[in-house]
Design a protein around this ligand. Sequence first.
Ligand SMILES: [Zn+2]
Length: 462
Amino acid sequence: MKLLSTELYGNSPIYLQNLLLSFREYANSRKRYGMGYYRFLHQLSGMDENDRQSEERYQDLELRSLLRHAAEHSVFYRDMYGSDLADIRFASELRQLPFIEEEVFDKRIDEIRMQVTRRKKRESEALGDGQSPHLWLTNLDLQKQTAAVDYFKKQHGAINLEMKRATFYNGDFVPHGQKEGAFWRDIYYLNQRLYSAHHCTEPYLSAVVRNLSDFRPDFVDGLSEAILALSRFINDHRLVLDFQAIAVFVETDILPDNERLEIESAFGCSVRRWSMKTERSPFLSECAVGNLHFNTRTGVMEFTEKGEVLLTRFHTKGTPVIRLKIKDQWMPVHCPCPCGSVHPVVRKPLQPISSFLQSRSRGRVTSLYLATVQEKFQQAAPSMQFVQNSVDAIEIWLSGIDLVPKELEQDIVQEMAGIFGEDMRFMVKGRSGSPSEEIGAAGLIINNLQVPRTCPTEYGMD
Ligand SMILES: [Zn+2]
């Protein structure tokens, strides 16, 4: 990464920058596109996503391999799980193990890490406040992760490395201050042209479109905001691209219908989204029907009663991720996808449909009641949000308060019990950050009980 911020790079002519970038990427890509990449890609091609038995067998096999590896190489998991680790044979048995909070994971990442690697790099310390330390991954981890993503693209007709690829990417490979000339760089070795997402704004967009037309990529991928901005420009100016891309792949977990339409009409091909936001996020990808599936060849995703998501990731042998409680919010959709894949469909918890929470013994409690609770504690807690993930508990979130004073907590619990009944639990929690950005459009109430459990309404997106 250093190369790009040097003066040497910034002051070089474009052709030399292309060459320098290609050299750097050559070194990087040897890590990512090694034999492990090709082997896994080949293996994936031979598997059948519609065959539940074989998919589950493969998942169990990979899980046992990860657990065994963790027990042998990680002090943390050896201590925490003891001999239990070896007893887990199926993904469904994972719940016998305790889960791991992200704070614990971050704090003890050096013990979680594979022992042989501990003497090598220690990159985690370099990060600033509030950022989670990076996982140390082996080359094989990276290769398998890359292969899983490339296989997804291949399923939609795009073959990475063989086909011409235009990628919209946020990086300093084009200096941000650059006002004219080329806002893209080539990586010859990967058959890829990188477009600076930073320059997908006016007045640079017409130059980007012209160049894209010259380049004639077989497929387009990258950041959804940049691709969307470009698409809007193309549509607004009624430009017709004189190449036909196979597909556009956007990295995002949510793509509203109008944005999808915008991109589709600009490029005249289908748009598929995929997501693996961080090293600790699940690998999710969109199928031909438009649903987001969790790829069970890459791990195990568990959903608790409380609406929490626990993630186990197979290709993290360098720093094993096992039953990590992640921040991403996802819910399972409990019905088969018309595409035939047995990989589970997931989606974001719903925004509130109607404004009520459920009391165990007293029926519905409308937002009116909750607004009065909020009013009552206005002084001590200016911003409240009530979240219900199960019928016997409600979470009360106070924004802008890190640590909730005991007395305030008791008062709120008492008030809630008065409205909802004594047979429920109430958890009062504080969270930092400004109220408006935390609560956003979701408002006073989030009722996650209301997610429909039946199928027909689940697939309305295409
Ligand atoms: Zn599907």
